[in-house]
Write a protein that binds this ligand. Structure first.
Ligand SMILES: [Zn+2]
Length: 81
């Protein structure tokens, strides 16, 4: 985890959003079965919006870990195993 935090400091918010997006299944309503990062569906509560939300959390200075848990609260995201 220590290394993970160190890496996060070297990454841009875009890169970190991408990295987080790879951890989740997409939450869009058509159930595209893509990873969140790969979907670009533009509906309320869809992939575009939720990635934007993640990005805004990182911009506010939240850690990746915290952003993931806030994302989960808002979208009840499904973590990929
Ligand atoms: Zn989708």
């Amino acid at each position: 985890m220590g290394l993970d935090i160190f890496m996060a400091q070297l990454m841009t918010e875009d890169e970190r959003t991408t990295r987080i997006g790879k951890k989740f299944d997409c939450i869009c309503k058509i159930q595209c079965s893509l990873k969140l990062v790969s979907c670009d569906c533009d509906e309320p509560g869809g992939a575009k919006e939720s990635k934007k939300y993640t990005h805004s959390l990182l911009k506010q200075g939240f850690s990746d870990e915290k952003a993931i848990s806030l994302y989960n609260e808002k979208y009840s995201g499904r973590l990929r195993s």
